[in-house]
Write a protein that binds this ligand. Sequence first.
Ligand SMILES: NC(=O)c1ccc[n+]([C@@H]2O[C@H](COP(=O)([O-])OP(=O)(O)OC[C@H]3O[C@@H](n4cnc5c(N)ncnc54)[C@H](O)[C@@H]3O)[C@@H](O)[C@H]2O)c1
Length: 282
Amino acid sequence: MLDDIKTAVVTGGGHGIGRAISRRLAKENIHVVVADLDQAAAERVAVEIGGSAFSVDVGEEADIRALIDEVETGIAPIDLFVSNAGVGHGDGDSGAASAEGGMVPVDDRWDACWKINVMAHVYAARHLVPLMKERGGGYLVNIASAAGLLSQIGDAAYSATKHAAVGFAESLAITHADDGIKVSVVCPQAVATRMIGIEDDSKDFSGGFGGNDVDGILSADEVADIIADGIEAGRFLILTHPTVTTYVERKAADRDRWIDGMRRFRQKLIETNSADDSGNKA
Ligand SMILES: NC(=O)c1ccc[n+]([C@@H]2O[C@H](COP(=O)([O-])OP(=O)(O)OC[C@H]3O[C@@H](n4cnc5c(N)ncnc54)[C@H](O)[C@@H]3O)[C@@H](O)[C@H]2O)c1
């Protein structure tokens, strides 16, 4: 499968998982277009891997359209599009439905999550699927999260939009399999990136936000290898952490019991975090 891919676009390719995927695909002799809001980071990665850089805000449809048009006309037809860029801002003080984020203040974190975690995938498909259909196929990889199958405690907007991303990927796969278009959705748990408070290239994974390390933190490179294997196998659901399968089964078997378990886990996290806080002040 990877042998058939000559040109790929990776959004959010300047840092974290996207950077690792870009590097991994380049090792397969794929020309990678590294697209990111952080233009300098995209350029750094593109220079390193001999790819191209593109400045884009994936939450803006015009930006995605321009990215696809310019790659298709100026470089080559896009065989693989990895919608990887994503954001999470944490629940605000007023809880799950609040607009203001906890980690990074934004105007409206629900709006930001909706545009970047969901609509970016829709925009990419909207503009690429007709082109891929015309040439008889292509590959779309959408990075969601285990939060899209389970839940991210402390981030309702992230959880809900990642569920939507999984649902959209399912619809794409069902609708366009007969057009020769492959779709994968990737649902990782914790990965050592800036999203969970760990800087790129840090070897110390202990700085992440509380609770993320419950089932272990993988490096972005490990995750990129698993994603490459998943693409090679043409698998729809790419899971990076084996425990997620068990949790999904438990959730499906008894939703009330699962909610109660998550509620208790949340309490435990709050207690642990307040114990840490008092320790720091001592
Ligand atoms: N790190 C984790 O624990 C984890 C777990 C599950 C899923 N994910 C998902 O993996 C994907 C990559 O996240 P990461 O952990 O590498 O995070 P990261 O913050 O390290 O990297 C995200 C990249 O996306 C770029 N980006 C952000 N908003 C953008 C926008 N509007 N347009 C273009 N680029 C934008 C950033 O500049 C950055 O380069 C996200 O979709 C995230 O939700 C991460």
